[in-house]
Design a binder for this molecule. Structure first.
Ligand code: NAD
Length: 538
């Protein structure tokens, strides 16, 4: 593996803070940071420092929100929502399409900030504006398909007219993680806004600036400023304050937190969608193109250093091609470039934090101590940056090892050989998660048959995750412990609406008429039911 040092000189040895250490410097212009943090609703005078994982340099002192601030954010959001819900759908859709262009125009700035805050490689940061632009364009162009009033079958043909309206819920709480700080902050919120809602967002504390830039871009595109409120602070406090006030909660994060939020939403009888963790399998069938599968496995396992909910952590390879595949996969992995620079060219960046590094290191050390073999990687790389870890391929991982079933959320993949496809599917389906899977085969029809037996919300054939993730018209989310509800497509916007059915009845009523007895009424209705079925009516 080759490596590059960060631009601008040697790495800072630990997080020095310019507020206290005159020799230290901020990674970002303090004026730029202040412009962004001014958007946070905060009156506590408390701040939390953030540092760049690339170098440990300080980035910002982020103002923290208290419960009163969250309450104020909801007041402002509710006021803005009432106005916004009266705006025509075409006007709302047009703002989304303007956002699409703005994001493409400003992508360099967006990507720089994502890299600074998350430590990821530039090519992985690019996926974020790309995904938000796709989402903005999709919902902007399909607004009427999802939200227009629809006529439905009335119970008495010609005499019962039924129409279904889609009403906004009010204020949606969005609690998002750090791993894709731009798209996770925005992509779920865009359909919420289009449907006429406001949002109170609580991004993860480690990546607030990117989420604030996202809020700035929303305003620049034409969404009213107060429609999107941002609050900051620990999830257990500020997240809980949001859940107590929201009309709906959209959560992306870990399964344990998701379960907690679902319980709190149930208490209040409000809806929620939960996009949670995974232990995603890739199946390389015996007729796979080995080179393509090895390339896909590299991207699927090591994008954003494996800190991706849909990335691969278990790789099942057919016996017949196992050795050839492993040789190509290891060679490709060893050719990857790691670096802590903002420019293009790195194949993998840093993990986000010491906590992530500790988890990844612990998973690998535990596996090795219990007999797993490291085919490549396996070590932290402090020479590159404080939280770097090599892309790692393990063989011989067994059920008693932590990384067998627990999500690592890092650049670590376990290889398993299989003889029988049905057995591979059963092993892929083992465990509690069901987020994403990938199948490599040159026979598309056969791969699609196999996909039907996989218990995951998305399955990508001859791709790892990009094909489903970027196809915004199709729903995306987890089965089993990987989530509840779906983002994207119709399901991704209808979750933010209440359907309202309005039926207008003409001429007849649902009761005996003209002196008819109850018994006669029941006889007529029974006959009508039989006729309707014979006529083929639903
Ligand atoms: P996390 O659950 O700890 O935190 C996610 C967000 O929830 C953060 O904003 C955090 O501040 C907030 N939070 C934490 N505790 C809270 C509480 N008690 N109440 C309300 N909010 C709270 O998750 P994480 O470990 O930081 O993120 C990584 C996890 O997210 C992984 O498991 C990953 O698979 C998952 N993830 C899933 C998807 C998906 O689309 N399915 C996408 C990205 C990440």
């Amino acid at each position: 593996m080759t490596s590059q040092h960060p631009t601008g000189g040697p790495l800072v040895d630990g997080p020095s803070d310019p507020e206290h250490d005159p020799a230290a410097s901020y990674g970002l212009e303090p004026g730029y940071v202040r412009r962004l943090t001014d958007r946070i609703v905060s009156t506590t005078s408390e701040t939390a420092p953030t540092y760049s994982p690339l170098s440990g340099q300080p980035l910002a002192h982020v103002p923290q929100s208290g419960d009163d601030d969250v309450a104020e954010a909801f007041v402002r959001a509710r006021r803005a929502q009432q106005q916004w819900a009266r705006t025509g759908l075409d006007e709302r859709a047009a703002v989304l399409l303007r956002l699409h262009d703005l994001i493409l125009d400003r992508q360099d700035e967006i990507i720089d900030l994502i890299c600074w805050e998350s430590g990821k490689a530039r090519k992985h940061a690019f996926d974020e504006p790309l995904h938000v632009a796709l989402t903005a364009r999709y919902y902007g162009r399909t607004a009427h398909d999802h939200l227009d009033t629809r006529r439905k079958l009335g119970v008495v043909p010609g005499l019962t007219r039924v129409e279904v309206h889609r009403q906004p819920l009010g204020v949606v709480g969005i609690i998002s993680p750090w791993n894709y700080p731009f798209t996770m902050a925005l992509c779920d919120g865009l359909p919420a806004l289009l449907a006429g809602n406001a949002v109170v967002a609580k991004p993860d504390s480690q990546t607030m600036l990117t989420a604030l830039l996202a809020a700035e871009l929303l305003e620049e595109a034409g969404f009213p400023r107060d429609l999107w409120q941002v609050v900051a602070g620990p999830g257990s406090k500020v997240g809980t304050s949001i859940v107590q006030r929201a009309d709906y909660v959209c959560f992306t994060g870990s399964t344990p937190t998701g379960r907690l939020i679902a319980t709190q939403c149930a208490e209040r009888l409000i809806g929620c969608s939960l996009e949670l963790g995974g232990k995603n399998p890739m199946l390389v069938l015996r007729d796979a193109d080995v080179e393509k599968a090895a390339e896909g496995a590299c991207r699927g396992s090591f994008s954003n250093a494996g800190q991706l909910c849909v990335s691969m952590e278990r790789l099942f390879v057919a016996d017949q091609i196992y050795d050839r595949f492993v040789a190509r996969f290891v060679a490709r992995t060893e050719a990857m470039t790691l670096g802590a620079t903002l420019d293009w060219g790195n194949d993998m960046g840093s993990l986000i934090s010491q906590a992530q590094l500790d988890t990844v290191t612990a998973h690998v050390e535990d596996a090795v101590a219990r007999g797993a073999r490291v085919l490549t990687g396996g070590r932290p790389r402090p020479d590159l940056g404080p939280y770097f870890f090599e892309p790692t391929i393990l063989e011989g991982v067994t059920p008693e090892m932590t990384c067998f079933g627990d999500e690592t959320f890092g650049p670590v993949i376990a290889l398993y050989r299989f003889h029988d496809e049905a057995d591979a599917v059963a092993r892929a389906n083992a465990g509690d998660y069901g987020l994403n899977a990938s199948i490599y085969s040159q026979d598309g029809a056969r791969a699609r048959m196999v996909a039907r037996n996989i218990l995951c919300g998305t399955v990508n054939i001859n791709e790892a995750f990009g094909a489903t993730f970027a196809s915004i018209d199709s729903p995306m989310g987890g089965m089993r412990q990987s989530g509840m509800g779906r983002r994207q497509g119709s399901e991704g916007i209808h979750r933010y609406t209440e359907s309202q059915s309005v039926a207008t009845q003409r001429l007849i009523r649902f009761a005996p008429m003209l002196g008819m007895s109850d018994r006669a009424y029941a006889t007529v209705m029974t006959a009508q039911l039989r006729v309707m079925k014979k006529l083929g009516r639903a």
